[in-house]
Design a protein around this ligand. Structure first.
Ligand code: RP5
Length: 157
């Protein structure tokens, strides 16, 4: 008997879950640190205004790699349709999530007290993904735009 990876889900089960509408979050907003919350709150605020169910989580690609991996691998099955990921400095979070899910990932490069060149460090970390593993990238600290883009993605599918 062939072994299946633990995370593999039968396609028919996956589509049945996708059709369930129980107010489950459709957008996941994640960020690398609690200190990112004031900036990322603009994404949550915009989704609230647009009446789009969402969830907010703090997890660091560098400090909590297993948590990030599990979150990304389970996101689609849980009903999420888009993930917004904000991080500063060497901002690996959006890219690591994109490595583990086929959902669209929108990265928000963030500034912090230790940012280099006004957030250029995070901007390049998020935008310069290798071919085949895309992350959409909004402007530095532009969390609201990430939410608007997430809404447009939801609207177009
Ligand atoms: C990144 O490093 C976070 O996204 C945050 O923007 C930055 C600083 O985080 P702390 O070291 O202050 O928690 O991982």
């Amino acid at each position: 008997m062939s072994e299946r990876p633990e995370t593999a889900v039968e396609p028919e089960v996956e589509s049945e879950f996708a059709e369930l509408d129980v107010g489950a979050p459709r957008v996941g907003i994640v960020m690398g640190s609690k200190c990112d919350m004031p900036t990322m709150d603009a994404a949550a605020g915009e989704l609230r205004k647009l009446d789009i169910d969402h969830e907010v989580r703090v997890m660091s690609a560098h400090r909590d790699p297993d948590v990030v991996t599990d979150y990304a691998k389970n996101a689609k099955l849980r009903g999420l349709r888009v993930i917004i990921a904000g991080a500063g400095l060497s901002a690996a979070l959006p890219g690591v999530i994109a490595a583990h899910t086929s959902l669209p990932v929108i990265g928000v490069p963030l500034t912090s007290s230790r940012s280099v060149a006004g957030g250029l460090d995070a901007l390049l970390s998020i935008a310069q993904m290798p071919p085949g593993v895309p992350v959409a990238c909004v402007g530095v600290d532009s969390a609201r735009n990430a939410a608007v883009l997430a809404a447009r993605i939801l609207d177009s599918s």
